[in-house]
Design a binder for this molecule. Sequence first.
Ligand code: CO
Length: 131
Amino acid sequence: MIQKIDHIGIAVSSLDEMIPVYEKAYGLTCEKIEEVPSQKVRTAFFDVKGVHLELLEPTSDDSPIAIFIAKKGEGIHHIAFATDDVLGQLAQASDADIKLIHKEPIDGANGKKVAFLHPKSTHGVLTEFCS
Ligand code: CO
């Protein structure tokens, strides 16, 4: 079952440039920076009363985030729902004819198990389930 919006992923070219913007412009505090090799990104987390902003910086030219920025520019990249059952959530989406990027959870940031739905079948919204 979906429990809440866990985080909103935002593609940025440079964490070093953008972290101070979020801190100065919004008064938020960067909780931590973490590299996620499986997705070729460096992430920075900001807590907004239990919902997180996840800034995503590509660590290589073939990172999904580098490809996203090249195509669409920086900006909102994905929305992530916290769930108690990623596999069950994938099965439910698949039954509703949503195309899956991951048929099983992979290792995400923050020690979480994550899986993505294909944005082509969700009208452009890249959607993540995490637990
Ligand atoms: Co995410």
